[in-house]
Structure formats: C-alpha cells, structure tokens
Design a protein around this ligand. Structure first.
Ligand code: FES
Ligand SMILES: [Fe+2]
Length: 407
C-alpha cells in the first residue's frame, strides 16, 4: 500500500526555493473528505479509549517537573485510561507507576495530589508501603492467616522514561517497548539536550472540542496566515509562511518542519525583547542535535507529534510540549509546557518573558476556533472535513486513529 516516496514529492510555485519534502513513503491514506463521525460519536470515543489509549505509550510529563527528587510522588486521574495513576520517584532513583489503590480493601493510597514521602500509609486501616510498591507493614498482621505479603504490593502500571519524559502503558505487557514505540521520531530526538532546558511557563485549557480536532490545530501551519495574522504579522502576511518544508512519518508519529521567512524583519518589540535572548521567531540559530532533521533551508521549527496525544515542538533555544487529554467525545483538557535554555542575564530573562506572553496570545488565537468547529460537526450540516496536502499531518493522525480503532 506504500507509494514510492519520489512520487509524492511536491513543489509549490510560491517561491523557487520553497518545496515540501515528504521524506518517506506514505501509506495510502486517500486524499478525499473525512467523515466527522469519529469526532462526535460517543461509541467511537469508547473504541478510542480501548484501542488507542489503552494500548499506546502515554506521556505524563517530565521527571524534573513532576517528581524530581527521590520520595516525590504525584497522583493523576486518567479518565481516558480508566485509572488513577500514582507515580513515585524511588529512593533508588527508579520512576515507577502504580494504581493509586491500597490492596487491602481499595482505599486511595495517596490522598494528596503530590508530595514527598519515605513510606506511603493508607488512611483507612494503616497498611504501609515502601516507595518501590512493596508492602511494609500491616497493622495486626497476625489477623490475616491466609496471607502472602508478596501478593499485597501496590498494583503496578507499566512505566518507562525516555530522555526525562515519563510514559505509561495501560497494558501489563505492552506490544512494544517504549523505545520501539517512539521509533524513528524518538531516534531523531534522542540527543536533543532536553535536560539543559528550564521550565518557564505552563498553560492549560478545558475546551468543548473533540481531542482530535484540538490536535489538528497544532500540527499544520496552514492556519497561520489567518489565525495568527495579528501575533505574527511580519510573517503571516506573506504567502508561503503557512507551508511546511518537510514532513516525516514515523509509524503512527510524524514530524513537520515549518518554513521561516528569510526576509523576516523583527517588529520593534521583538527586536528589543529578543536582542539578548533566544527568539521564538526565526532569527538566531542555536544548533542543537535533533533540530531540522531534513536539513531544510529557511527552517523555523519542528512540530513533533507523538501518537496519540503528545507533542514536542523544538526550535533554536526553546522547546515546548502539548498533552491533549480527552475527557469525553466533546471535551478535552490541553496542557502546554514551555522550556528554554537558562537565562544567564536580565536580557535573556526579558526575551523569555516576552516569549511567554507572545505564546499565550498565539494560543488564545489557536483556541478561538475550537468550539465553533465542534458545534458545526454536531449540527448535521457539516458531514465531512477536507484536509489538504499542507495538512498532511491532520490526515495522518486521523488515519492512524482509524487503523488502531479497527485493528
Ligand atoms: S484499605 Fe488500605 S489499609 Fe485498609
Ligand atoms: Fe496556531
């Protein structure tokens, strides 16, 4: 079903130098309209929970943000996976995941959302547990005659860490290891120095839209010319800014590089804010391993979409992540975390503060379309959507969900 890569190379006559490279063979995903059914049907959403979210490796965030020190723990309700996760940073340095369940009679083990402990003690009858999940102490142990301590650890959830990012898998024995699952996209980013970056901002929103539509707004640049005409006026007004320069498919994941206008002139505010620090917009290049994998000319940044619901966008001197958490077929919670290299002086600090504010405005713009289009899908008047070649990532995400749901 794979078409030879050279057959789908496309060149757009917008600029001589500007072409879209699709660097690997594409599966046969079609190019016609896509039904809105999967975006609005509750039955489809139930299948996504079982066939997608319960099988894929799901990102939870970074160790350094969630549980940086031994003894740190954090609790997350994961409705889409059907369990409450307890992540613990062990005294041996190992990151482990558990159900937040006491095996005695099922009380929630950690009551707070996060904390630091040497032992976890259940608040119902006082059983206590070591940080590796093993049972430590049972009050009145002699009253349990048929009892093997080894059977009463905290129930485990498959957990692994890649490059400082924690992932969990609802399967006891996942079909693929985390590294296998991340595949070529993980390989491209394996040497990116994530640990050298500081967390500088976090944004989140709870929006009345299907999780796939939400994601669709973040892996194409076609909308820049309209949605971001105010926040990126010096780029968005030019034709061509909305073109990806290259697309790489890596199994269920994909990566899109975005074009930077070589004639871009910084606005007065940008020029001032980014004089001494890393810019979000094109400008100074900070060469880092993993950036611009297709060696595109006029490269701006890479949008890396890890199936099913996690992004790491990387640029010169910055990266940010998105996690999209489906709440129901009609609701999604979105989280963004922004990271930059250490601000070593006031000038760099100003650049980072400006970036935070600019991205906040950009994100408001992105979110502005969400609920309208979800309502349209429910109206009955919109039966299909039509992603074009510039929105290849939208089609690939949709197609991959279909493959997993029907597998
Ligand atoms: S439920 Fe936890 S000690 Fe009884
Ligand atoms: Fe956008």
């Amino acid at each position: 079903m794979n078409a030879p890569a050279e057959k789908i190379n496309l060149t757009y006559p917008i600029k001589d130098t500007h072409s879209l490279k699709i660097t690997n063979s594409l599966p046969d995903m079609g190019n016609g309209p896509i039904s809105v059914g999967p975006y609005i049907q509750s039955e489809y959403f139930e299948k996504e929970k079982q066939k997608v979210f319960s099988r894929a490796w799901i990102n939870m965030g970074r160790v350094s943000d969630l549980i940086p020190k031994p003894g740190d723990y954090v609790v997350r309700d994961l409705d889409v996976l059907g369990f409450t996760l307890l992540l613990i940073h062990g005294t041996d340095g190992v990151i482990r995941g558990f159900h937040n369940i006491c095996p005695h009679r099922g009380n929630g083990l950690a009551i707070r959302e996060s904390g630091n402990a040497r032992t976890l003690v259940c608040t119902y009858h006082g059983w206590s547990f070591n940080l590796d999940g093993s049972l430590k102490h049972v009050v009145g142990e002699e009253s349990f005659p048929a009892f093997d301590r080894a059977d009463y650890g905290i129930p485990k959830i498959t957990t692994d860490v890649w490059n400082g990012f924690i992932f969990v898998n609802a399967q006891e024995h996942p079909e693929q290891s985390l590294v296998e699952f991340l595949g070529g996209l993980g390989k491209d980013l394996e040497n990116f120095p994530f640990n050298d970056f500081n967390h500088i901002a976090r944004y989140s929103a709870h929006v009345g839209v299907n999780w796939k539509s939400f994601i669709d707004a973040f892996h194409e640049a076609y909308h820049l010319i309209m949605v971001h005409a105010r926040s990126f006026p010096h780029m968005a007004v030019k034709p061509g800014v909305w073109l990806p320069t290259s697309v790489r498919l890596h199994g269920p994941h994909h990566s899109v590089s975005v074009w930077a206008d070589p004639d871009h002139k910084a606005s007065p505010a940008e020029a001032l804010a980014w004089k001494y620090g890393a810019a979000f917009t094109p400008g100074k290049d900070v060469p880092l391993p993993g950036l611009n994998p297709s060696a595109d000319d006029n490269w701006w940044f890479d949008i890396n979409t890890f199936f099913p619901n996690f992004f790491i966008d990387v640029g010169s001197g910055w990266y940010f992540t998105y996690n999209f958490w489906p709440v129901s077929v009609d609701e999604t919670i979105w989280e963004m975390n922004i990271y930059q290299l250490d601000a070593k002086n006031a000038g760099q600090q100003i650049a980072q503060e400006y970036t935070k504010c600019l991205l906040r405005d950009v994100l408001y713009e992105d979110l502005s379309t969400m609920e309208r289009l979800h309502k349209a899908m429910h109206s009955g008047a919109l039966k299909t959507i039509l992603p074009g070649t510039f929105e290849l990532a939208v089609r690939h995400q949709h197609w991959t969900v279909e493959q997993w749901v029907n597998s």
